[in-house]
Each structure stands twice: as structure tokens, then as C-alpha cells.
Design a protein around this ligand. Structure first.
Ligand code: NAD
Length: 506
């Protein structure tokens, strides 16, 4: 078994082979791009970008609409190719990858002409000056993506970067190269300039080379471990970067929650993509008063999920070992498995795990502390909401969280106390798809944000241009400095900020 195999090098390049996680058939064998390859790509991207920066935003948006039309028309083919590589449920691929990509293309191509246009800005103090805010591209952007949402996490930042006038080199996960190839092909077919969007296939070696290749921004999505390395290199090179990293999202089930909805929500939030998504629900804190009926519903519903139909295999084979270890270690330390917990290997060559709920887990167990990234809910019964909040916050991660209660006001008060990048109330798995809102984590879950109504500005430089209006020979504060100039400035200070005039000057 092995979905990813390193083969003998050929023509001076390392080679990797990717297999379909379900039936073991070969998906792709490819050479790993080395530092030289990556540098050449970035240079070609730089040339393409210079012309693209001159292309009017409306024209860029038109091409994005052409790409959208292709994706809508051919989405079944995209699903086939992405499913072959990930093995996951087709509905997951349609929902997580295709819907999200289409929405991003459509939404940001509508926003781009508004967000990216130059603006005249009235200055509150220097009213005698003219100011303009010009938005211009950054240059060549590196998009480095993981294997769990390989298409959307490659294409969404690319859409925003390209609309903002940048070129992009995508480094998809070595486990899911097809996703990156599909993005490059799509942009080519939609009529974007050659080399504007390129894919560099390879593993960490290629990613590390890309960071050192003179790119002007890095948009990284992946694990905390790699994110730290990326941050270090970007810090050394002074390359702007965003890090979208892992999570261990907590769900708080209050005593007044709709227990049917909460149980169904826990399962969807925990089991979508077989639990392999960054803001999956991993921890459930349920108030004692409703623990028994909630757990009964949760376990009954979990038993209805089917391998293959609802839960795909582990997309990356070694992930099965991590998940199994988390569950087994917790059990060895006294935890109880209420349902699931076994890695199943008898369906083709894939490794699956059924919907799993574990409880009575010691505090220090990895299952309670570390990102598990599998279809497992770590459940704890708590005395009250205060304990739930304390437990939820007692973790290195802070990506998402959710609160389940019939009292919206109370739920919102709890939300405000949670250390998370976003909180949902009686909802789950929505935040990455709400494009109006910034997405990202606090604590170890990341730095910076993607998306948001103005997300295009994450891939732009805002250039203020200030100019003189009246053409005087010089300004009152320019050299030489004299006692009169000092006195005049003092008078001005008292007048502007020591009188009610200050209420006008802001
Ligand atoms: P990973 O960190 O192993 O790899 C991510 C990418 O980084 C891959 O393309 C990999 O080849 C590349 N890479 C590896 N070493 C590198 C280096 N030294 N320099 C540059 N690039 C390098 O992550 P993964 O296992 O592919 O993905 C799963 C992780 O991603 C999980 O922790 C998950 O929570 C996280 N994730 C976060 C978000 C988010 O938006 N916050 C979304 C999806 C996934």
C-alpha cells in the first residue's frame, strides 16, 4: 500500500508516483521540480505579470468569467479527476472544491472593479493637499497548498491574486498534484496569458525552493510544522506572507440547544471530507444536563454514515496512522470509544475509518490537544458553559469554534469569549465559504487572512500619492528652521487641538 511513492530518479529529477487511494491505480507519475526549474518559472511569471498588470481590471474579470463558464460546464470531469486523486465522496468534491471555486471566481470578479479602482482621499488635516490611493499588484505570488482541499485551496488564492494583477506559481501538495495541474489548465483554456498561472509539481524541496526564488508574496495553507518553516524563511527574506494552518475546533453544546440539530451538526462538521479539513469539529463539550440525550442522538446518527458514500478514505495514507494513534493512545489512557475507532482496510486498497466518537479522554491525550484530521469527535461532558469555554480555549490552536444554543444572545456572548478566528452559532463548516468575511486563525492556527470583501487587497499594494495643490514656492515648515516658524507651529497646535476646532479636524 502507498498512495505516494518515490521512484528512481530520471533525467536528473526525483520522481513521485501518486495512486488512487481507493483502488491503487496510478494517477500520475511526475518529476519533482528543483530550484532551477522553479527559478525559471518565476522569471517567466515575472514577464507575464508585467503585461498583465497593464490589463484593465474589467478585462481580467471577463477572463475569470470565461474560466467560470468552463468549470461549470465541465465540473463532472473536474470531479472525476479530483476524486481519482483523493478518493473522497463525490458530493464532498462537488461541495468543497467545485462550488467554492465557482463562487470565488464569480464573487471576486464582481468585486474586483470596485475594490481595485483608484480612490481620491480627502485628508482631514492636510486639506490643502491632494491625495490618491492607487491599488497596484505585488508581482509574482507563490501559492503553496495542502492535500485536503487541493483544488479550492490552490485556486481561491490564485483567483484573488490574478484579479489583482499578479502572476501565480502554485505548488500543490505532492499528494495531490492533479489539483494544481487542473488550475493551470483552466486558466490557460480561459485565455489568460501564458505563464501567468503555472504549477510547480513537487514536495517540500520544491516548496522550499519557491520561497527562495524571488516571489513577492507567499500564500501558504498547510500544517503548523511547515508553516513555521515558511514563516522563518519569509521573515529572513522580508517576503510578505499569510499562513493558514491547522485547527482543533471546539463545539460547545449548551443545555438549551436543539439536540437534534446539534448532533447532526457535530457529525457534518466532524465528518465532512472524512474529517480532513482545517476547521473540522474535533472537540465537543456538552453540558451535563443534556449529555445523555445528546450522546444518544450523536451515536445513533453516526451509525447511519456509510463508508464510501458518506466517508471517503484517508486522502494521504499515513494520516490513518496518526488518527489511529490518537484514538489508541487515548483508549490506553482510559478513554472509551462510543462508536467507530477502527481503521478499515478491506475496501479495495483504501484506508478508511467509520464515524468515531470517543469520550472520557484524559486532558493531556493528543486526541484532546493535537489536530487529529480524521473522522473522530473527542467528546467531554462539562459541568457548565464556563467550564466549556475554559476547555475550548485551553488549546494551542484557534481556527474556528461553534456554539449551539436556542438563545442567540447567550450564544453570542460565549462566542465573544472564544479564542478563535471565527465562531458559528448553530452552524458549522461555513466560514471559508462566506467570502465577504475574512478567514484565518489566531494562536498557532495562522497569521494573516484570506477572503473578505476586500480580500483582493491582500494581494495588492496600496500606493498613496500625495501632491501639492497651490504651487507655493515653499511650505511653512521647510528649512531653515527659525524661532518664528516654531511659534507659528505652536499657535497652530493650540488652535487645532486645544479648541473645538479639533472636532472638525477628524
Ligand atoms: P503540509 O504542511 O505537510 O504541506 C503543505 C504544503 O507545504 C505542501 O504543498 C508541501 O509540499 C509544502 N511544503 C512542505 N515542506 C515545505 C517547505 N519546507 N517549504 C515550503 N513548502 C513546503 O500540510 P498537509 O499535510 O499537506 O495539509 C494538512 C494541513 O493543512 C493540516 O494541518 C490542515 O489543518 C492544514 N490546512 C489549513 C487550512 C486553513 O485554511 N487554515 C486549510 C486546509 C488545510
Amino acid at each position: 500500500m502507498g498512495y505516494l511513492t518515490e521512484l528512481e530518479p530520471a533525467e536528473g529529477r526525483r520522481r513521485l508516483r501518486v495512486e488512487n487511494p481507493v483502488d491503487g491505480t496510478e494517477v500520475l507519475t511526475y518529476p519533482v521540480a528543483n530550484a532551477e526549474d522553479v527559478h525559471a518559472m518565476v522569471e517567466r511569471a515575472r514577464t507575464a505579470q508585467q503585461a498583465w498588470a497593464q490589463t484593465p481590471v474589467k478585462e481580467r474579470a471577463k477572463r475569470m468569467q470565461a474560466a467560470l463558464a468552463i468549470l461549470v460546464e465541465e465540473h463532472e470531469t473536474f470531479i472525476d479527476r479530483l476524486t481519482a486523486e483523493t478518493g473522497r465522496a463525490r458530493l464532498d468534491t462537488l461541495m468543497i472544491e467545485i462550488y467554492a471555486a465557482c463562487d470565488s471566481m464569480n464573487y471576486y470578479s464582481g468585486r474586483a472593479p470596485k475594490v481595485l479602482r483608484d480612490r481620491t482621499v480627502g485628508l482631514h488635516l492636510m486639506r490643502h493637499k491632494r491625495a490618491k490611493l492607487v491599488t497596484r499588484p505585488i508581482g509574482v505570488v507563490a501559492v503553496i497548498s495542502p492535500w485536503n482541499g487541493p483544488f479550492v485551496l490552490s485556486i481561491n488564492p490564485t483567483i484573488q491574486a490574478v484579479l489583482a494583477g499578479n502572476a501565480v506559481v502554485i505548488k500543490p501538495s505532492e499528494v495531490t498534484p492533479t489539483a494544481g495541474i487542473l488550475v493551470e489548465e483552466l486558466f490557460q483554456r480561459a485565455g489568460f496569458p501564458e505563464h501567468l498561472v503555472q504549477v510547480a509539481l513537487g514536495d517540500g524541496e520544491t516548496g522550499a525552493a519557491l520561497l527562495e526564488s524571488g516571489v513577492q508574496k507567499v500564500s501558504f495553507t498547510g500544517s503548523v510544522r511547515t508553516g513555521r518553516k515558511v514563516g522563518e524563511v519569509c521573515g529572513r527574506n522580508l517576503t510578505p506572507f499569510t499562513l493558514e494552518l491547522g485547527g482543533k475546533d471546539a463545539m460547545i453544546v449548551c443545555g438549551d440547544a436543539d439536540l437534534d440539530r446539534a448532533a447532526a451538526g457535530a457529525l457534518f462538521g466532524g465528518m465532512m471530507n472524512a474529517g480532513q479539513f482545517c476547521s473540522a469539529i474535533e472537540r465537543v463539550y456538552v453540558e451535563q444536563s443534556v449529555a445523555a440525550p445528546f450522546i444518544e442522538r450523536l451515536v445513533a446518527k453516526a451509525g447511519e454514515l456509510e463508508l464510501g458514500r458518506d466517508l471517503g478514505p484517508f486522502i494521504f495514507e499515513p494520516q490513518a496512522d496518526t488518527v489511529r494513534r490518537h484514538v489508541e493512545d487515548a483508549v490506553a489512557a482510559g478513554a472509551r470509544v462510543l462508536i467507530g475507532g477502527e481503521v478499515v482496510e478491506d475496501r479495495g486498497r483504501g484506508r478508511y475509518m467509520g464515524a468515531t466518537v470517543v469520550t472520557d479522554i484524559p486532558d493531556e491525550a493528543d486526541l484532546m490537544r493535537e489536530e487529529t484530521f480524521g473522522p473522530v469527535l473527542a467528546l467531554r461532558v462539562v459541568e457548565d458553559v464556563r467550564e466549556a469555554i475554559a476547555c475550548a480555549n485551553d488549546n494551542q490552536y484557534g481556527l474556528g469554534a461553534s456554539v449551539w444554543s436556542r438563545d442567540n444572545k447567550k450564544a453570542e456572548a460565549i462566542a465573544r469569549e472564544l479564542e478563535a478566528g471565527a465562531v458559528t452559532i448553530n452552524e458549522t463548516a461555513l466560514t471559508y465559504g462566506a467570502l465577504e468575511l475574512p478567514f484565518g486563525g489566531v494562536k498557532a492556527s495562522g497569521i494573516g487572512r484570506v477572503n473578505g470583501a476586500d480580500g483582493l487587497l491582500n494581494f495588492s499594494q496600496q500606493l498613496p500619492i500625495i501632491s501639492d495643490r497651490f504651487g507655493n514656492k515653499e511650505e511653512p515648515v521647510w528649512h531653515p528652521y527659525t524661532p518664528e516658524k516654531f511659534e507659528n507651529l505652536q499657535k497652530g497646535l493650540r488652535y487645532m487641538f486645544g479648541t473645538p476646532l479639533r472636532y472638525v479636524l477628524r
